[in-house]
Design a protein around this ligand. Structure first.
Ligand code: NAD
Length: 394
């Protein structure tokens, strides 16, 4: 069939297998261009490995440091006449490229929050790879079935304590409007912490430790975001921010666990705001990202997921570098985003953005192009007029 993007709100319900593989290859090429990352990880588990920051971490570990990788992800496989979600195609593209390069790569598609997937992961790592020296925790999920209670927790993106009104954009239609969001209830806050907080990360690390699958010096990292004041009510001070505070709590606990057993360290890395499937669902944030891209591209400091993670590995975690923590014990990859010169322009331009000025003041075109790339559309060298079989298997 001829596969075209079908955008519905903040998702695209189609994906292109050849385009997704090309998107993965683009990231592999970037890592290869920058050269090997010395003293990098050798056996890596990535939880949330199929898109966004997790996929970039897997690519950087494999193609920057020659690591064997195990990726856990949760995507809808393709069918005879129905495309998969992009992470399925990305993971197949990654595995093929890794195997061609002689790198061990194994992936497991299923619910990382469940005991069953943790158990299967332990068995496969035990049998096929051996103890891991890096665990990347990069899940972004709207829900979690709690493995012990069976309760289904749904995360919400809401402010805490007060109504929040700000501008937002329908990225597909290019319409800027005001959105008012009711504050979260206590139950919604607790649910969001249960889904996006640190409990599951702790469960993973505990399971690995108990199974003897952490190598000496093992490190674990999870990703978070802080961002500027314009997004604080919906992000940092909202329900997702409460969950991210819990992630930092978990980082301290896991760090203590790793140190107590003579392993390495655990920490949270604060990354830049980028177009991913997760961020496109947050009100206000896509408009902020469109403006941020315009400013950072003009300044020559724009980065995507792969550039961010390459920088994390090469200038913080490995390659003879040392972790540079902020006062809260976090690594800051959002340093360029948060530069005063960038944020001053955000503050100045934000009030001026309307539907009419959107195209001129922001990089909404770049946002849309990046968004479509997440689904394998708009990649150079891919023939989008060609008949394409959507059904691709491992
Ligand atoms: P993403 O949506 O691109 O990736 C999420 C990954 O999690 C996918 O591989 C998906 O398959 C996997 N996943 C979701 N639910 C799962 C489940 N139940 N079991 C197994 N796998 C599951 O998201 P992203 O933007 O790369 O986010 C990853 C992390 O980075 C999140 O913690 C996010 O808060 C953080 N972060 C994102 C941004 C941003 O702007 N996008 C900025 C800073 C930090």
């Amino acid at each position: 069939m001829i596969l075209r993007p079908k955008v519905r709100g903040f998702v695209c319900v189609t994906a292109h297998p050849v385009g997704c593989a090309a998107h993965v290859q683009e990231q592999i090429d970037y890592i290869r261009r920058l050269g090997p990352i010395k003293n990098g990880p050798k056996r890596v588990l990535v939880i949330g490995a199929s898109t966004g920051y997790g996929l970039a971490s897997r690519i950087t570990a494999a193609f920057g440091s020659g690591a064997a990788t195990f990726g856990v992800f949760y995507d809808r496989p393709s069918e005879e006449d129905r495309p998969a979600t992009p992470g399925w195609y990305n993971t197949i593209g990654f595995e093929r490229a890794a195997k061609n390069a002689g790198l061990h790569a194994r992936s497991l598609n299923g619910d990382a929050f469940s005991d069953a997937i943790k158990q299967q992961t332990m068995e496969l790592i035990q049998n096929e790879m051996g103890p891991v020296d890096l665990v990347v925790y990069s899940l972004a999920s709207p829900r979690r079935v709690h493995p012990k209670t069976g309760v289904v927790h749904k995360s919400v993106l809401k402010p805490i304590g007060q109504l929040y009104t700000n501008k937002t954009v329908d990225t597909d239609l290019g319409i800027v409007s005001n959105i008012t969001i009711e504050p979260a209830t206590n139950e919604e806050i607790a649910d969001t912490v249960a889904v996006m907080g640190g409990e599951d990360w702790e469960m993973w690390m505990q399971a690995l430790q108990t199974a003897g699958l952490l190598a000496p010096g093992a490190t674990s990292v999870a990703y978070s975001y802080i961002g500027p004041e314009v997004t604080w009510p919906i992000y940092r001070n909202g329900t997702i921010g409460a969950a991210k505070n819990d992630l930092e709590r978990a980082a301290r606990r896991i760090d203590a666990l790793l140190k107590a057993h003579g392993y390495g360290r655990a920490f949270v890395s604060i990354n830049k705001a980028l177009v991913t499937q997760a961020s496109s669902a947050i009100p206000v944030v896509p408009l902020y990202i469109s403006l941020l891209y315009k400013i950072m591209k003009a300044q020559g400091t724009h980065e995507g997921c792969i550039e961010q993670i390459q920088r994390l590995f090469a200038t913080q975690m490995y390659h003879g570098s040392a972790l540079d923590f902020d006062e809260g014990g976090r690594v800051r990859l959002d340093d360029r985003e948060m530069q005063p010169v960038v944020q001053r322009q955000i503050v100045d331009l934000w009030p001026q953005i309307t539907t009419e000025t959107l195209g001129e003041l922001t990089d909404i075109q770049g946002y849309r192009a990046e968004f479509l790339k997440l689904f394998g559309f708009g990649l150079a060298g891919v023939d989008y007029e060609a008949q394409t079989d959507p059904h691709v298997t491992f």
